[in-house]
Design a protein around this ligand. Structure first.
Ligand code: MN
Length: 294
């Protein structure tokens, strides 16, 4: 099996605020070389941050629209509350995942939960945007709330792999993540203990990305990579061997590229400029619905 090679290692850019609750490194975005990351469109990394207790209104980002893709929020510490105009909503806590299909369009808001807000403490989260193929961009919006208990945790040689989406074969056993996806992909949380070495082959031809959240590791014999770096691997090859020189945590994103044009503007990602104009028209004429009254 030939190995996926490292195409480049991206350093985390300076953080920016999303609303007043999410202090994120924009690891990549569809605005720059979207074909490199397909089927993924954007990755905002809210690296671990301490928030002081806040007795007033919870921090976060108020009502805003999306169309044409999915937002996937993975919570590592803290809690996020969400409401959307398709009736989805709820609070996700440590280990939980919110997989929201914006499809034809919705409005939502995203805040620290009231409980977390009052207590304060560490906040650590990832928000990933996953593209939809053209034929599914106008699918009705819906929402998958995935609790940590539903996510299989597979032990691989001193490492644990949490399968949020996708398939993992381990000997004669076969494991599947709970998220329903429109195109084939793996979204896995990987935790390695110091000096562990694991093999997690990914399909030939798939985009493969690794966000390092902590510790140090090397991939297919490379120099070590560390905290807040994003490793972009080649589509060719399939072997992916990870060695941890100290306890490490990373998010593995792998998926079949969607070979279609990407035309996006802010919260809308479609295939053509005309479709973006239509998204603004539809949003401003109220077609994305309204949030439930608090
Ligand atoms: Mn949003």
């Amino acid at each position: 099996m030939s190995a996926k090679t490292i195409v480049r290692i991206d350093q985390a850019p300076a953080r920016h605020w999303v609303g007043n609750g999410f202090h994120v490194h924009g690891m990549f975005s569809y605005n720059r070389n979207p074909e490199d990351y397909s089927p993924f469109l954007m990755l905002d990394y809210a690296a671990p941050t301490q928030f002081a207790p806040n007795a007033g209104k919870p921090r976060g980002v108020g009502e805003h629209p999306h169309r044409g893709f999915e937002t996937v929020t993975i919570c590592y510490s803290g809690e996020v509350a969400h409401r959307d105009s398709s009736g989805g909503g709820g609070v996700i806590g440590v280990g939980d995942v919110q997989w929201m299909t914006a499809g034809s369009g919705l409005v939502h808001d995203e805040f620290h939960s009231e409980t977390y807000s009052r207590a304060g403490g560490e906040f650590h989260m990832v928000q990933l945007w996953v593209n939809l193929p053209a034929k599914d961009k106008m699918t009705p919006p819906h929402y998958q709330a995935i609790s940590t208990a539903e996510i299989p945790r597979v032990d691989v040689n001193g490492a644990s792999v949490r399968l949020i989406a996708g398939q993992l074969r381990q000997g004669d056993s076969h494991f599947s993540g709970p998220a329903n996806t429109y195109t084939p992909m793996n979204v896995w949380d990987v935790k390695l203990s110091a000096h562990s070495r694991i093999s997690l082959p990914q399909p030939e031809g798939w985009t493969t990305l690794l966000l390092v959240q902590g510790g140090r590791l090397s991939i297919n014999g490379s120099d070590t990579v560390g905290k807040a770096q994003l490793v972009v691997l080649s589509r060719s090859g399939s072997a992916l061997d990870i060695h941890a020189s100290e306890d490490a945590q990373c998010l593995l994103l792998s998926g079949e590229p969607i070979q279609e044009p990407v035309f996006g503007y802010g919260p809308f990602v479609m295939n053509t400029e005309q479709e973006i104009r239509q998204a603004f028209t539809d949003f401003h004429s109220g077609k994305f619905g309204t949030l439930p009254v608090a």
